[in-house]
Ligand binder design. Structure first.
Ligand SMILES: Cc1ncc(COP(=O)(O)O)c(C=O)c1O
Length: 408
C-alpha cells in the first residue's frame, strides 16, 4: 500500500522514510482540521523541546497548558514506566485502585464529593452536562431546561460541550445544538436578569483560557454562586485549563472562596497522559446510577497513576507559592516589554492583549526558539510548565522581546 508521499512508487523501491519526513499537507493521510505550525518536535526535557533539526525551544505553551511538570519529569517518567510494566488497563468493570486513590487526592484538595473519570476535557463537560440534565429532569420534574454560559467561553468540541461554547465559528457548522444562552463574562447584572427558576445550570471558567485569558472579576463567581443557590441551579466550574496549580492555587475558583456543584478537570491533571475528571458534590453524584454513564478507557490504571504523580508533585510544600511568584515575575517582564498593553491572567496562565492577531508574533517567537500560542482573536497566551525557573522566565521574556523586535 502506498502512502500519500509514495504515490507512483512501491514500498519495495522506496527507501524507508526517516521518522520525521515532511509530508506536504495536501498529500498527508491526516484530516486537515488543524492549522499546524511547521515544526516537528522529537524530544523534551523540563521546559525545553527539541525539533527534528536539533533546534531547542523554550516551551512556554506546555502543549496547551497540559505539561504541568514539563517534559520527561523524572517522577512522571518513573511512574509511567513502572505502571506500564504492571498494569495499563482493565476497564471500569472492576475496581481500579489507582482511580480510587486519585479520586481521594482530588477531593482532599478541592471539596467533598465524588469523582468520575474520562479521557479529555470535553468528555468531562459532557459528563457534567448530563448530570445537569438529570437535575432538571428528575429532581425538578423537567422544569429546569435553561443552560447559561458566557461569551468567549470554551468548553470543548463534542456536541454537548460545544452547545455551551459561544464561538460561532466552532458552533455554526454543527447546528442544531442543544440550546444555551450566552451572557457577557463578568457581568453579574446580566446574569441576575437572565436567572430564573427554570435555569438548570451556569457553566463558567474562572479564567477564560481559550477566549482571551479573561479573569473573572472579583465577586463574579461568588455572585454566580448566590444566584445558583437562589434559583436551585447548578454552578459548573470548568477548571480544565485553570486547575491543578496552574494559577497558583490548586483550583482557580479557590481564589474566590466559592464551592461549585460540579468541577471539571483535564489538561494538567495527567501531565500529558490523557485524562479528564469530574468532581460532583453529593447531591449531583447521587443522580448517576449504574449504567447511566460510562467510558471504556476513563480512569484507567496508567492515566490515574500519572495523575497521582502530578498531584504529588504540585502538592509539595511551596509548589503553589512558587507558581504564583514565577507568574508575577513573568507578568512583570511582559508588562516591561509590552508597555501600555494589558497583561491578564493569574499564576502561569497569562495573556497579552495585542492590537492584532497573535499569529505573526507566535511565528517570530519560534524563530527565537520560543513556543507561545494564541488565545481568542488578539491575545498572546503564555502557559509554560509549572516547574519553570526564574532564569527560564527571564529567558522567555528576552526571547519574546527579540521576537517582537523582529516584527518592527
Ligand atoms: C476551559 C476548557 N474546557 C474544555 C476544554 C476542552 O478540553 P479537551 O480539548 O481536552 O477536550 C478546553 C481545552 O482547551 C478548555 O480550555
Amino acid at each position: 500500500m502506498a502512502t500519500g508521499s509514495m504515490v507512483g512508487a512501491t514500498m519495495a523501491d522506496t527507501p524507508a522514510a526517516p521518522q520525521t519526513d515532511a509530508h506536504p499537507a495536501a498529500q498527508s493521510c491526516l484530516v486537515q482540521n488543524y492549522g499546524r505550525q511547521d515544526i516537528r518536535f522529537v524530544r523534551g526535557e523540563g521546559c525545553w523541546l527539541t525539533d527534528d533539526q536539533g533546534r531547542r525551544y523554550l516551551d512556554a505553551f506546555a502543549g496547551v497548558a497540559v505539561c504541568a511538570l514539563g517534559h520527561a519529569h523524572p517522577a512522571l517518567v518513573e511512574t509511567i514506566r513502572r505502571q506500564v510494566g504492571v498494569l495499563v488497563h482493565t476497564s471500569n468493570h472492576y475496581h481500579i485502585v489507582e482511580q480510587e486513590r486519585l479520586a481521594a487526592a482530588i477531593v482532599a484538595g478541592a471539596f467533598p464529593g465524588r469523582m468520575l473519570f474520562c479521557n479529555s476535557g470535553t468528555e468531562a463537560n459532557e459528563a457534567a452536562y448530563k448530570v445537569v440534565r438529570l437535575w432538571g429532569n428528575q429532581v425538578h420534574a423537567g422544569r429546569k431546561t435553561r443552560m447559561l454560559a458566557f461569551h468567549n467561553g470554551f468548553h470543548g468540541r463534542t456536541l454537548g460541550a460545544l452547545s455551551i461554547t459561544a464561538n460561532p465559528a466552532y458552533r455554526e457548522p454543527f447546528a442544531p445544538l442543544p440550546a444555551a444562552e450566552f451572557l457577557p463574562f463578568g457581568d453579574l447584572a446580566a446574569v441576575r436578569a437572565a436567572c430564573a427558576d427554570d435555569v438548570a445550570a451556569i457553566f463558567v471558567e474562572p479564567i477564560q483560557g481559550e477566549g482571551g485569558v479573561n479573569v473573572a472579576p472579583s465577586g463574579f463567581l461568588t455572585g454566580l454562586r448566590e444566584l445558583c443557590d437562589r434559583h436551585a441551579a447548578l454552578l459548573v466550574i470548568d477548571e480544565i485549563q485553570t486547575g491543578v496549580a496552574r494559577t497558583g492555587r490548586m483550583y482557580a475558583h479557590q481564589h474566590d472562596g466559592v464551592v461549585p456543584d460540579i468541577m471539571t478537570l483535564a489538561k494538567g491533571l495527567g501531565g500529558g497522559v490523557p485524562i479528564g475528571a469530574v468532581l460532583y458534590r453529593e447531591h449531583c453524584a447521587a443522580l448517576l446510577k449504574p449504567g447511566m454513564h460510562g467510558t471504556t478507557f476513563g480512569g484507567n490504571h496508567l492515566a490515574c497513576a500519572a495523575g497521582l504523580t502530578v498531584l504529588e508533585q504540585v502538592g509539595k510544600p511551596g509548589f503553589l507559592a512558587r507558581v504564583a511568584t514565577a507568574g508575577e515575575r513573568l507578568a512583570a517582564g511582559l508588562r516591561r516589554i509590552f508597555p501600555g498593553k494589558q497583561v491578564r491572567g493569574r499564576g502561569l496562565l497569562l495573556g497579552v492583549q495585542l492590537d492584532q492577531a497573535p499569529a505573526a508574533l507566535v511565528t517570530a517567537a519560534r524563530a527565537e526558539g520560543l513556543i507561545v500560542g494564541p488565545s481568542g482573536n488578539n491575545t498572546l497566551r503564555i502557559a509554560p510548565p509549572l516547574i519553570i525557573s526564574d532564569a527560564e522566565v527571564d529567558d522567555l521574556v528576552a526571547r519574546l522581546e527579540r521576537a517582537r523586535g523582529r516584527l518592527g
